[in-house]
Design a protein around this ligand. Structure first.
Ligand code: KDG
Length: 324
């Protein structure tokens, strides 16, 4: 039995070895990526048990993903190896500033073939029994109709089992347009307790043109969730709780950003861990900020994710500029 369940596509991610535009990248390092898998690894490192549902191909990348997640202590019993489709692959540049270009090779991938039947099978096998939390992202419903149905089924089965449900909006504009994503994500968020997103993502969800964080969290809050979190990157996070007031927690300054991708997932892992630990909104936002800061100082999505001791040291010191 796991405390947390996540559902999504995990990919082999080729990250440029040196910073600069993708067109100039010659050497790549192979990492394991995928927003939900990043959150799963982050939570496992923080001591929470996590089950990951998805599909990988019967190829070397699929094997690497299964080994990596299992090695991190994630329950991969419901990560199906699909003999009829390849593992999804992505290539991305490395940049410390500005939007990061990515090329996906995931159309028709094993991960995109995830279906409601996969989720029902895992649920019938007891994956939600005794679990406390389901984490979803807005990436997986962009992959295929069957993956979208898998998300809805996961939400319904988790609700029936009394789990808290979080949705990280995670708009991926190489997969779909804002216009296509908005109604799907608004539908998916019905019955979701916690919504997290960057300001532009929350604006798409709310159908608003404002960029004001306080306005956006309360607009999205008006759509049903009990907690909304605006992830503000280096500026930290703003949380809104129904019936309470908003709380802003500043980010932890980072001298040199090595690779910002995965910071949002690290934030989610820290935040969810905090809520599972029973801490208040402000403390959970601080844990999310700390995990996000640690993620950006290492290459790849998962390398920087802290364990409990590393997180505790950073939170106690307030910054990375001290020697132990
Ligand atoms: O949040 C990081 C993810 O975007 C990355 O790991 C890959 O899931 C991914 C995606 O679809 O972009």
């Amino acid at each position: 039995m796991s405390e947390v369940v996540t559902v999504g596509e995990c990919l082999a991610s080729f990250v440029a070895a040196t910073p600069g535009p993708l067109a100039d990248a010659i050497d790549f390092e192979r990492h394991v990526a995928g927003a939900e898998a990043n959150v799963a690894v982050g939570l496992a490192r923080l001591g929470h048990s996590v089950a990951y549902l998805g599909r990988v191909g019967a190829d070397g990348f699929g094997t690497a993903i299964v080994r990596r997640l299992r090695g991190e202590g994630v329950d991969v019993r419901h990560l199906t190896v699909d003999a009829d489709a390849p593992t999804g692959v992505m290539f991305r540049e490395r940049r410390g500033l500005g939007p990061i270009d990515v090329v996906y090779h995931r159309a028709g991938s094993a991960g995109s073939r995830l279906s409601a039947a996969d989720v029902d099978r895992a649920a019938d096998d007891g994956v939600f029994d005794g679990a406390r939390w389901l984490h979803l992202t807005g990436i997986t419903p962009a992959l295929s109709a069957s993956a979208r149905a898998a998300m809805t089924t996961a939400r319904e089965r988790a609700r029936a089992s009394g789990l808290s449900i979080s949705l990280d909006v995670n708009l991926r504009r190489r997969l779909w347009t804002d216009e296509a994503a908005a109604p799907v994500l608004r539908d998916l968020m019905q019955g979701v307790d916690i919504v997290l997103g960057s300001l532009d993502e929350l604006a798409v969800l709310a159908g608003a043109s404002t960029t004001d964080p306080a306005e956006l969290v309360s607009l999205v809050g008006g759509l049903g969730p009990t907690v909304v979190v605006a992830k503000l990157g280096a500026d930290g996070a703003l949380g809104w709780e129904s019936g309470g007031s908003s709380v802003r927690v500043p980010g932890i300054p980072v001298a040199t950003v090595v690779d910002p991708v995965g910071a949002g997932d690290a934030f989610c892992a820290g935040f969810i861990a905090g809520r599972l630990d029973g801490v208040d909104l402000e403390t959970a936002l601080g844990m999310g900020n700390a995990c996000g800061a640690m993620a950006v100082v290492a290459a790849g999505d998962q390398a920087g994710l802290p364990d409990r001791a590393e997180l505790g040291r950073l939170l106690a010191s307030g910054g990375p500029d001290t020697l132990r």
